[in-house]
Write a protein that binds this ligand. Structure first.
Ligand SMILES: Cc1ncc(C[n+]2csc(CCOP(=O)(O)OP(=O)(O)O)c2C)c(N)n1
Ligand SMILES: [Mg+2]
Length: 364
């Protein structure tokens, strides 16, 4: 259920960033749904239902949600396009990615968008404008440069948005893709998830720039850095970037400045993190900050926010329950849609018959 369904009286007329009360509550709903979905994923992982990695966007939710909310999201294939990362689930949901599909993907269900072939957000739905990422870091900039070049060539007023981790910004693909996109003036918005970490390596070990906007300057594109914990600031920055890109000003960059509060994935012990630094960022939780603002400015009262939170958690519980009850693919089904002309087994794949003599000797 979206918050628009709540029958409550408007409490104030003065908008935040030109957003009305209903829109503010949709933003809130998107934030809490993202957190609830990722928390549910953690439970499913502990229960053994998710056998791959579990990624979390804890502390980064406002970056994904605020950015996606600034775009033209449609389900008929005519809207803006999104390439998310694993830490941009909030954007995926706003672009129409279903909760149940999110859980199906992570549990590799046959019913999921990729039929159980992979286990996170790598799925595609062109009607909704969702382009799931390929894994080599940096390459989605090139893919999205191509997609948005097609918007430009056809004279369509559409833009693309592509999310990246700060590590991805040091790959060759990122630089080549960015240069191409900048030169061709592709209507593409780069969202750099500057969360200060890549695995257990600090971003300062990966780049000399203080801000990724310095890299944008090197390619002659517009950019701004924004507090990634402030959903309203993100929404405004991406709205400006989208306006510029739609007006023919070409590729834009928005740097989301925030912190990866959890480990890279659930098994990373986070040994390199300074506890005081972490505590400081916990104090800047994007959901708490937005809640405080909405309440202080009289846009909502605590009981309605509580109702939205309760709904989000229940929706996630039900969607997860449904996905759990569904099957994984039957073996031969799992390879449907995979094309290759040469089958190259991994070097560790056994190609010879096992030595029966050795086995029987072992038994005696
Ligand atoms: C070209 C390439 N090199 C290495 C990897 C392995 N890898 C996957 S995620 C990751 C770190 C990602 O860090 P960042 O981009 O900052 O994202 P974050 O986890 O902080 O969200 C690496 C090195 C990869 N996928 N692609
Ligand atoms: Mg990072």
């Amino acid at each position: 259920m979206g918050p628009a369904a709540l029958s409550l009286l408007p409490m104030s007329d003065s908008p935040i960033a030109g957003l009305d009360r209903t829109q503010l509550l949709v933003l809130y709903h998107s934030l809490v749904v993202t957190r609830a979905a990722e928390e549910r994923l953690e439970v499913l992982h502990k229960q053994g239902h998710v056998t791959g990695e579990v990624y979390s966007s804890l502390g980064q939710e406002a970056g994904a949600v605020g950015a996606a909310f600034a775009l033209d999201r449609r389900t008929d294939g005519t809207g803006d396009f999104l390439a998310p990362t694993v830490r941009a689930a909030g954007a995926l949901f706003l672009f129409g990615g279903e909760l149940v599909d999110f859980f199906r993907q992570y549990m590799a269900r046959a019913t999921g968008p990729t039929g159980g072939k992979e286990a996170s957000v790598h799925w595609v739905d062109f009607q909704k404008g969702i382009v799931g990422p390929v894994s080599p870091l940096g390459t989605m900039l090139e893919v999205m440069a191509g997609i948005t070049l097609s918007f430009k060539v056809r004279g369509e007023p559409r833009v693309g948005i592509v999310f990246y981790g700060d590590a991805a910004s040091s790959t060759g693909a990122w630089h080549e893709g960015l240069n191409f996109s900048a030169v061709q003036r592709c209507p593409l918005i780069l969202m750099v998830e500057a969360n200060q970490w890549m695995f257990s390596t600090a971003t300062t070990m990966n780049t000399r720039v203080q801000s990724f906007t310095d890299k944008a300057a090197g390619y002659g594109i517009g950019s701004e850095s924004v507090d990634g914990t402030d959903i309203v600031a993100v929404y405004e920055a991406v709205s400006r970037a989208a306006k510029r890109a739609r007006a023919g000003e070409g590729t834009q960059m928005v740097e989301l400045s925030y912190y990866r509060r959890l480990d890279y994935v659930q098994h990373d012990p986070q040994e390199s993190v300074d506890p005081d630094e972490l505590a400081m960022w916990e104090g800047r939780d994007p959901i708490s900050l937005f809640e405080r603002r909405v309440l202080e400015e009289g846009w909502a009262e605590e009981p309605e926010l509580e109702e939205i939170r309760g709904r989000a958690e229940e929706d996630c519980r039900l969607a997860a329950e449904q996905a759990v009850s569904e099957p994984v693919p039957y073996g031969p089904e799992a390879v449907k849609g995979i094309y290759t002309d040469t089958v190259t087994p991994h070097p560790w794949t056994r190609t010879d018959e096992p030595d029966k003599r050795a086995t029987s000797e072992l038994k005696t």
